[in-house]
Design a protein around this ligand. Structure first.
Ligand SMILES: Nc1ncnc2c1ncn2[C@@H]1O[C@H](COP(=O)(O)OP(=O)(O)OP(=O)(O)O)[C@@H](O)[C@H]1O
Ligand SMILES: Cc1ncc(C[n+]2csc(CCO)c2C)c(N)n1
Length: 260
């Protein structure tokens, strides 16, 4: 079985010289309508494509100047200009819409589709935009995906399952979540300066008859997991390299450090 490697390098400023281990990932950033995390500028600097989901535009417009209090707010807003604003357009404020429109940003109203979320619409755009051959190196970072309304959180997690062949990382100020597809063995490299030690492995979509891990305080060995039975929450990373193998798609979550 092929090994899929994961690392939270996107939480650290991009290195001046690319790391030597394997082809680098191409990052895209989606900003949702939730408080901008303090590390948003770092995510931005990794991304080559930036999309605001509807009300996400308000969050960058309001939130980025707050992260650079000593700088001119207008300058900051101009610097953090997205490639696209996409969604229902029922949450973006008229003034914010006008600001980005005047900067020449494309604003796409897709409100005719009331069956998919704004995040789904943004991920669809990014996948269509990325050439097929580059998709295996694509990683979509989603800011503001967790915390807040539970129906939104569930919708955001559902996007991980709908696009299970694409690397997508849901982020909040406190933690990140990604899907570990059962089609691969997973090797997670822990950047202990930015993430951990709290972590979890959650069989959200379906129970797992057998999951095996290494590198955790409470490792699983051919263990059964299900809601109503065992779910691995409040686990602790013990090693720099965690391995996970399961017969079921699992959610991996790890805490993000506050004072990186
Ligand atoms: N409280 C929240 N928690 C988690 N994700 C959120 C939250 N609010 C918004 N989002 C995400 O940001 C996206 C854009 O938010 P926005 O408020 O523009 O959506 P919306 O479709 O107008 O929501 P609704 O009409 O249900 O309030 C949503 O599709 C969702 O993915
Ligand atoms: C069974 C079912 N439940 C809820 C919605 C509503 N809905 C789901 S996504 C979306 C767009 C939000 O930006 C809306 C309104 C639906 N269509 N079908």
């Amino acid at each position: 079985m092929e090994v899929m490697r994961h690392a939270s390098t996107f939480l650290r400023p991009p290195p001046l010289t690319p790391a030597a281990d394997g082809p680098p990932l191409t990052y895209a950033l989606v900003v949702l309508n939730q408080r901008l995390p303090w590390f948003a500028p770092v995510l931005w600097s990794h991304a080559t494509l930036r999309v605001f989901a509807d009300g996400g535009a308000n969050r960058v417009y309001d939130g980025m100047p707050r992260l650079f209090p000593e700088q001119d707010p207008l300058e900051v807003r101009r610097r953090y200009k997205p490639d696209l604003i996409r969604g229902d357009m029922d949450s973006i404020r008229p003034k914010v819409k006008e600001f980005y429109s005047n900067l020449g940003v494309k604003i796409e109203d897709v409100s005719y589709d009331q069956d998919t979320t704004d995040l789904h619409k943004c991920v669809t755009f990014i996948c269509d935009f990325t050439p097929k051959m580059d998709k295996s190196n694509l990683c979509i970072l989603v800011s503001g995906a967790l915390g807040g309304r539970f129906d939104h959180e569930a919708g955001n997690i559902n996007v991980l399952y709908k696009f299970s062949n694409t690397r997508i990382v849901l982020l909040s100020d406190d933690c990140l979540i990604q899907l570990l597809p059962r089609t691969h063995c997973h090797e997670i490299h822990i950047q202990s300066s930015v993430v951990g030690p709290h972590c979890g492995l959650i069989p959200l979509g379906a129970p797992s008859a057998s999951t095996t891990t290494t590198g955790l305080q409470w490792d699983l060995t051919n263990t059964r997991m299900s809601f109503g039975g065992l779910v691995s929450t409040s686990n602790i990373v013990r090693e720099e390299r965690i391995t996970v193998r399961s017969d079921s798609d699992l959610l991996w979550t790890i805490s993000i450090k506050k004072d990186i």
